[in-house]
Design a protein around this ligand. Sequence first.
Ligand SMILES: [Zn+2]
Length: 138
Amino acid sequence: MPTDPPPLTDHDTHVLRALTATTRFLTVVRLHEILLTQGHHMPLRSVYRCLNRLIRADLVDRMPTRAGTAVYRRRADRRDRHHLVCANCGHTAEIADDDIAAWVSDAARAHGFTDATTGVTLSGTCASCAATYRDDEA
Ligand SMILES: [Zn+2]
């Protein structure tokens, strides 16, 4: 049986608020900069610890990047989530696709599972970044 996530600390709350204020995925370094400008001084390693707690509490999504690091975003709600994420700048678009939900439900039922959820994340280059690359090459 899964254990309940630990209660959130003050630092967790600051991190969650900073992530809630944006629709983008943020790197830990960017998130740390934002927290510092808001007057929340904490070491970078504390930001990592907060993020790990928030992920366990189902409040934050972690998304690996092409560079081998990760970016983080406030989880919108507990529904299934499908995202398009720009691997360059972290810009995010939600994909609403009932077909994926239907497929998950059918696949789960076929194997005797209930309450199956999933999140599909498509990684790519957003229109803005693609335009910047085109301009650079021109
Ligand atoms: Zn981009």
